[in-house]
Ligand binder design. Structure first.
Ligand code: NAP
Length: 253
């Protein structure tokens, strides 16, 4: 395992769930972590917790679906922390239900956060990742995009979420090919069901259906995915983990 001492990471969606667990885990490996999301209070609490454990964190309030805010968040992290070695593009929303008669605002939000927000943040980060990849201590940089099993298998009732996550997969693979010779590793992480706030934003009838699907199952914890992300970004310089799919053992699809 390669240490993350003297590196800087930026995690989007760090105010809860997978992003929060990942920010903690990267800080434990020695990275200074910029924490990005809309809920500033949650970020401040996490920042204080990381500091109390001996780490360094910078909370940055931003809505990544607004291009200027995504760009400003990356710029502020680099300005205040001096560099950017790792980006974890994790912020996302999952608003499920049938396509016919769906509230179109839900589709717009998913496309704006899961796809455009991820792309804006990646674009803003790339010059800094390239710079970090040419420097000590690691001479490699990491861009991790959080997709989903839903980015590999489409299901009835999650068409637009599927479309955004399939899109994340395509974007990631193209970007991987573009940057890999310059030692920026682009990785795709695809979780199965994880116990987070994600499903809580759905309409009640949709939420009930999601809960029924997983009620008998021991699903993943956010830390399980943070663990996969830490594994991915701590490989030696010549090893790129391109894609990692993690399901609860009992999840069939
Ligand atoms: N939980 C699962 O079963 C599961 C499975 C597969 C993939 N995933 C993926 O994992 C990622 C993280 O989800 P999670 O499960 O950890 O859910 P979560 O607990 O709801 O976390 C989502 C995070 O995204 C942030 N976010 C949402 N909209 C944002 C915006 N416009 N700008 C900035 N941040 C925004 C939220 O922060 P604020 O609300 O404070 O902005 C929150 O920190 C998502 O991409 C999701 O699709 C989750």
């Amino acid at each position: 395992m390669t240490s993350l001492d003297d590196t800087v990471a930026l995690v989007t969606g760090a105010s809860s769930g997978i992003g929060q667990a990942t920010a903690r885990a990267l800080a434990e490996q020695g990275a200074t972590v910029a924490l990005v999301a809309r809920r500033a209070e949650r970020l401040a609490d996490l920042g204080a917790e990381i500091a109390a454990a001996g780490g360094t964190a910078l909370p940055i309030e931003a809505d990544v679906s607004e291009r200027e805010q995504a760009e400003a968040a990356v710029a502020r992290a680099v300005e205040e922390l001096g560099r950017l070695d790792l980006l974890v593009n994790n912020a996302g929303v999952m608003l499920l239900g049938p396509i016919a008669d769906a509230p179109v605002e839900e589709w717009e939000q998913m496309v704006e956060v899961n796809l455009l927000g991820l792309m804006y943040t990646a674009r803003a980060a790339i010059p800094h990742l390239l710079e970090a990849a040419a420097r000590e201590p690691r001479r490699v940089a990491d861009l991790v995009n959080v997709s989903s099993v839903a980015g590999r298998i489409a299901r009835k009732g999650s068409g637009v979420y599927n479309a955004t996550k399939f899109g994340v997969g395509a974007f990631s693979e193209s970007l991987r090919q573009e940057l890999t010779r310059r030692h920026v590793r682009t990785s795709l992480v695809e979780p199965g069901a994880v116990a987070t706030e994600l499903q809580g934003h759905n309409r009640p009838e949709v939420r009930d259906q999601i809960e029924r699907r997983f009620e008998e199952m021991e699903i993943l914890q956010a830390e399980d995915i943070a663990d996969a992300i830490v594994y991915t970004v701590t490989r030696p310089r010549h090893v790129a983990v391109n894609e990692i799919l993690v399901r609860p053992t009992e999840q069939e699809q």
